[in-house]
Design a protein around this ligand. Structure first.
Ligand SMILES: [Ca+2]
Ligand SMILES: [Ca+2]
Length: 359
């Protein structure tokens, strides 16, 4: 009898435990809830903290970076800076670019709408602490016109609606919706190519005159846009453009480097590989902090192999901010034989990445 009562009491106890309103008033229930959520929260925070510290301070031995010999200089690291707003003067920018020990720098032609001087480029190229030379490539967009460049005429799109006005040259096309002030150009037209190369006042001639080691050609992939517009030989027209400007530049300076950015699918054309010295590839493994699909990455690797097979150098540029993805950018690039740089998306500072410092 006593035993049965005990069991009954126990059953009641269990029942009451789950039926908390008998045991606890609302405040106690609330406190328990807060406590339970708090514990879960602390577990989650500790876990993510653990992952963060693993990412930030995990010291895997970085692979020995790939190395290329470019114009007789060893290049196993490089940097890329196009905007100089963070500097208070061009002198300060020049000093920073000169002092960095990266072997190669991709930079712009202008500081605050003023071209650099011959002396400044010379300083940047040769005054790193080890007194080793640095290769300086000048960025130039050959597949889009930029409304903030000296060749631009305000009358070409005076109402800023992204559509060329009647006064605009024939080669000028609509504004790129993703990049304000950048306009598509029919790059195969002679008058656009004349802006890029071929006379004292043309862009590439000025770049050569300043003493740059080469040109870093952007918007090569403009040919994809015109293919979609129905220009079936847009790729061949781009190759022809690069061939012409390359022959012209190398005739002026045989060591002048021609380095297109992106558009690696053109590598299936042997005549293209013959007129360039290397290639830069952005966002290959990651789009910012988002991983690209395996198919996309593999296709890009296969195209870039065509360049490596011809002993051309491959510069890989990624823009992740997460320490783990920075590490993976370098290791994946290195495994595939590229020299990697992870920088800020705005390309407005020379970034030094922990464990991947220039050496
Ligand atoms: Ca307009
Ligand atoms: Ca180095």
């Amino acid at each position: 009898m006593e035993h049965r009562i005990k069991i009954k009491n126990f059953e009641e106890l269990i029942e009451n435990f789950f039926n908390a309103k008998i045991y606890y008033d609302d405040n106690v229930k609330k406190s328990i809830k807060i406590l339970v959520y708090g514990i879960i929260g602390i577990i989650l925070i500790s876990f993510s903290g653990l992952i963060y510290f693993y990412d930030a301070f995990y010291k895997s031995t970085p692979l020995t970076p790939a190395q290329f010999t470019i114009n007789g200089q060893n290049v196993n690291d490089f940097t890329y800076i196009l905007q100089y707003d963070a500097y208070s003067s061009s002198q300060e920018a020049v000093l920073d670019m000169a002092q960095t020990t990266y072997d190669l720098i991709v930079m712009d032609y202008y500081y605050a709408e003023e071209p650099w001087t011959v002396d400044e480029i010379d300083t940047i190229q040769s005054s790193s602490p080890q007194l080793t030379q640095k290769i300086a490539l000048c960025y130039i967009s050959i597949g889009e016109a930029e409304s903030y460049r000296p060749y631009w005429n305000a009358s070409w799109d005076s109402d800023f609606d992204g559509v060329p006005d009647v006064d605009a040259p024939d080669w000028l096309d609509v504004e790129n919706p993703d990049w304000e002030g950048n306009y598509k150009v029919k790059y195969w037209e002679e008058s656009w190519q004349n802006i890029i190369f071929g006379s004292e006042s043309s862009y590439l001639d000025k770049i050569i005159e300043l003493g740059f080691d080469g040109a870093y050609l952007d918007i090569i992939d403009a040919y994809e846009y015109y293919e979609e517009q129905g220009i079936s030989n847009a790729d061949q027209l781009m190759i022809g453009f690069v061939q012409n400007l390359s022959i012209y530049c190398k005739n002026k300076n045989p060591n002048f480097l021609i380095v297109p950015q992106n558009g690696e699918a053109l590598g299936v054309n042997q005549e293209y590989l013959e007129v360039i010295d290397g290639i830069g590839r952005e966002n290959m493994f990651y789009e910012g902090n988002i991983r690209n699909s395996e198919d996309y990455v593999q296709e890009t690797i296969d195209y870039l192999d065509l360049f490596l097979d011809e002993n051309l150098f491959v510069l890989q540029i990624e823009y992740p901010t997460l320490p783990r993805l920075i590490r993976l950018s370098y290791s994946k690039g290195t495994e595939n034989g590229y020299v990697c740089y992870v920088g800020p998306r705005d390309l407005d500072e020379i970034q030094i990445n922990a464990n991947y410092e220039p050496n």
